[in-house]
Design a protein around this ligand. Structure first.
Ligand SMILES: Cc1cc2nc3c(=O)[nH]c(=O)nc-3n(C[C@H](O)[C@H](O)[C@H](O)COP(=O)(O)OP(=O)(O)OC[C@H]3O[C@@H](n4cnc5c(N)ncnc54)[C@H](O)[C@@H]3O)c2cc1C
Length: 320
């Protein structure tokens, strides 16, 4: 029975989950990654702030290399969406269910990420604009690329204001546009925008077309053409599996963790965007590495994982 129990089930195959998979596989642990295939990294046409890639790398290619690296060391990856997570209080094992499959594991790492809320626009237009850098989601990632360009920020609350102010350090031409109604801003936010020379436009707003190298936004105040727009509409964090097993969430609706990526529930760990912190590839990878090492150490504290002498492995027909 013991052989059917994974040391670790990783839910999510983005930079956090795949980094953890590389580490855990290299720790000689028995692991499985189950990934819904919707990593935010797969949206990135070319990331230029990941160390070691001076000319940038496409998000999909980075993920492909990480998957290859994990599989090279024995990790298994399934493209499925986990719909249920349970924990047996007696034996403390987790059972995850997806489609027609399921797995039982001593530990689970949730690396399920977040989804950005999209602005009102047709899906095909959105995807084309995203691929061309006309729609961008992350000024920390690619604000550099809009240096001295004309930028629209679609957002209305303090989040939209903060994003517009952040982008103002890259370009003098920033406009904040309300997505649905007239802009309703707090007095101090209005003052900050005025001081920074950021224009304000009422909604409803909808990105309607690509013209040449610009994206056109239809607003309550007419058409505007921008080199790029940044939706600042927030995101939804994928915490459902953590909720199913009763792990604590933060006020920001992220999974609470300690400094070693342990959640409030023994055996359950979390890493990457699903945890509060900098939503970046470098951070997701770092947290994946920390989580994997904690998982390894916690498992070994319960039962040492001594390697069999080589002679015994050969007799048993296993050399790996
Ligand atoms: C347009 C864009 C550009 C960006 N550019 C950069 C950049 O240049 N540099 C940078 O550092 N960061 C960038 N980011 C942010 C970066 O992509 C994320 O911080 C990073 O992908 C987070 O990694 P993660 O592993 O935590 O989550 P993700 O990469 O989002 O992976 C989560 C995975 O979990 C899966 N999942 C979720 N729930 C389940 C479930 N129940 N069962 C199975 N699988 C599940 C999802 O399908 C997904 O594949 C960008 C983001 C966007 C949207």
């Amino acid at each position: 029975m013991d052989e059917q129990i994974l040391d670790c089930l990783i839910v999510g195959g983005g930079p956090a989950g795949l980094t953890a998979a590389i580490y855990l596989a290299r720790f000689h642990l028995d692991i499985l990654v189950v990934d819904g295939g919707k990593s935010r990294a797969s949206w990135i046409p070319c990331t230029r702030n990941v160390s070691g890639f001076p000319d940038g790398i496409e998000g999909k290619e980075l993920l492909r290399r990480m998957r290859d690296q994990a599989c090279k060391y024995g990790a298994k990856i399934e493209t499925e969406f986990v719909t249920k997570l349970e924990r047996d209080e007696e034996n403390r094992l987790f059972t995850a269910t997806w489609g027609s499959g399921c797995a039982t594991a001593r530990t689970v790492l949730l690396a399920t990420g977040v989804t950005n809320r999209r602005p009102p626009m047709e899906e095909e237009l959105h995807d084309q604009a995203l691929a061309r850098g006309l729609v961008r989601y992350c000024p920390i990632c690619d604000g550099y690329e809009v240096t001295d360009k004309k930028v629209g920020v679609i957002g209305s609350d303090s989040h939209g204001v903060a994003e517009a102010l952040f982008i103002r350090s890259y370009t003098a031409d920033v406009t904040l546009i309300a997505p649905d109604t007239a802009l309703k801003l707090k007095a101090d936010d209005q003052a900050k925008l005025k001081d920074a020379g950021i224009g304000c436009v009422d909604g409803p707003a909808q990105a309607v077309a690509i013209t040449g190298d610009c994206i056109v936004v239809d607003t309550a105040e007419g058409h505007y053409a921008f080199d790029s727009i940044y939706p600042a509409l927030g995101s939804d964090t994928h915490v459902q599996l953590a909720e199913m097993v009763g792990a604590d969430l933060s006020n920001e609706d992220c999974i609470n963790i300690d400094t070693h990526q342990r959640t409030s529930l023994a055996g359950l760990y979390a890493a990457g965007d699903v945890v509060i912190g900098l939503d970046q590839i470098s951070h997701a990878m770092g947290e994946g590495g920390v989580a994997a090492t904690t998982i390894r150490n916690d498992l070994c504290a319960k039962r040492p994982r001594w390697r069999e002498p080589i002679d015994e492995m050969v007799e048993a027909g296993s050399g790996s």
